[in-house]
Write a new protein. Structure first.
Length: 375
């Protein structure tokens, strides 16, 4: 039977696009169903600020009237401007275990990007490095933490067979309450004394101004990372609004030297512990399950989702102070393990700092490239 690729145009198409993963992951105990309402908002140009500087086309693969795959083609104008690189992206890739279906989906994005002058097809990105990204290639034995991806093992074969090549590996580090030997506290105090840095918790009563401070740190601290794209004001404000709903103020830290903010670390409760039981819906009962986790059962794991120090104060050990204080305060509140992710494979200072503290790589994600021009 032939495979037809159709562009998502109608409300019915969009619902099929959003709900198709439920078919792929049926019976998989490690899959965390996303909130359907959040995915709808993410894909809606009127509700998510990414679309203000990007072009997105959604596609479904159909065979014999049923959906067998999906994919998004993405051009991010801010990436092109920031990196002077004609790279387009694929994202939201889901597919049955059939290479012909995957090939059709990849061909569709390839042709769509080439028609618009792109020279590289990169992904998976949902939508960019500022959202979910990367294909899980190692660490399939446990659910993902909040805002990290998950996929079947056979996706690796589908992508490799299409002749994608690795662009970068992204590491997820694991650390539990057995880490950090006692002597590390003395090391941290020595770093503070040597650098004059102080670390404080975010002030929730001054949240809007704190967001402005963090925004300056964020765009400066990550500006030289591979693939990094500064967030627009609208994107950052939306991220801050979303994070505020699940924030634990004790785990949101600002580093200052002489009263000037120089670094920021954000660790959030792993709300996937609750989402894995909601099947994508907050209503009618899901909201109560989520609130029960927040206020009664509590969460036992975290994800350090953002950590950065402005360039002039890097390599001074400030990242180690962040990790140590997060670990100390987090374990005191009942979080017994955490993920630090994602870390670029070639971010050696961060890799070394984590490994010195007893963290270990337990999941690996990968970004792939496919050349659209012949050399």
């Amino acid at each position: 039977m032939s495979i037809n690729i159709v562009s998502v145009k109608s409300k019915k198409d969009l619902n099929q696009f959003i709900k198709f993963p439920w078919l792929i992951y049926k019976g998989d105990p490690n899959w965390v169903p996303p909130l359907i309402s959040e995915i709808k908002n993410l894909l809606n140009p009127k509700k998510h600020p990414f679309h203000e500087h990007a072009e997105v086309e959604l596609f479904l693969a159909k065979r014999d009237g049923g959906v067998v795959g999906r994919i998004a083609a993405i051009i991010n104008d801010n990436h092109i401007k920031e990196h002077n690189e004609k790279a387009g992206f694929f994202g939201f890739f889901e597919c049955i275990n059939d290479y012909q279906v995957a090939e059709k989906l990849f061909d569709t994005v390839r042709d769509w990007l080439k028609e618009r002058g792109m020279e590289i097809m990169r992904g998976p990105m949902n939508f960019s490095v500022n959202e979910e990204c990367g294909l899980l290639v190692n660490g399939f034995d446990s659910p993902p933490v909040v805002m990290m991806t998950y996929n079947p093992r056979y996706y690796l074969e589908l992508i490799d067979r299409y002749r994608f090549v690795k662009a970068r590996n992204l590491y997820a580090y694991y650390m539990d309450d057995k880490a950090f030997p006692e002597r590390f506290g003395k090391v941290i105090e020595a770093i503070k004394k040597r650098t004059g840095v102080s670390v404080r918790k975010i002030k929730m009563k001054d949240f809007d101004n704190e967001v402005k401070r963090v925004k300056l740190i964020y765009n400066a601290a990550w500006s030289q990372n591979w693939g990094a794209i500064p967030m627009t004001d609208n994107e950052f404000d939306k991220l801050a609004k979303d994070m505020k709903m699940i924030l634990d103020p004790d785990l949101a830290l600002i580093a200052e030297i002489g009263g000037k903010p120089v670094g920021f670390s954000l660790t959030i409760p792993n709300v996937n512990e609750a989402l894995i039981k909601l099947n994508g819906r907050l209503f009618p009962l899901g909201i109560f399950k989520l609130l029960w986790h927040f206020y009664v059962k509590k969460f036992h794991s975290t994800r350090t989702i953002i950590m950065g120090v402005i360039e002039e104060h890097r390599h001074k050990g400030i990242d180690s102070i962040f990790y140590y204080q997060t670990f100390k305060d987090g374990t005191a509140k009942g979080y017994w393990w955490g993920e630090m992710s994602w870390i670029l494979e070639d971010n050696l200072p961060m890799v070394r700092a984590l490994e010195k503290m007893g963290a270990r790589i337990y999941k690996t994600y990968r970004i792939y490239d496919y050349a659209l021009t012949s050399k």
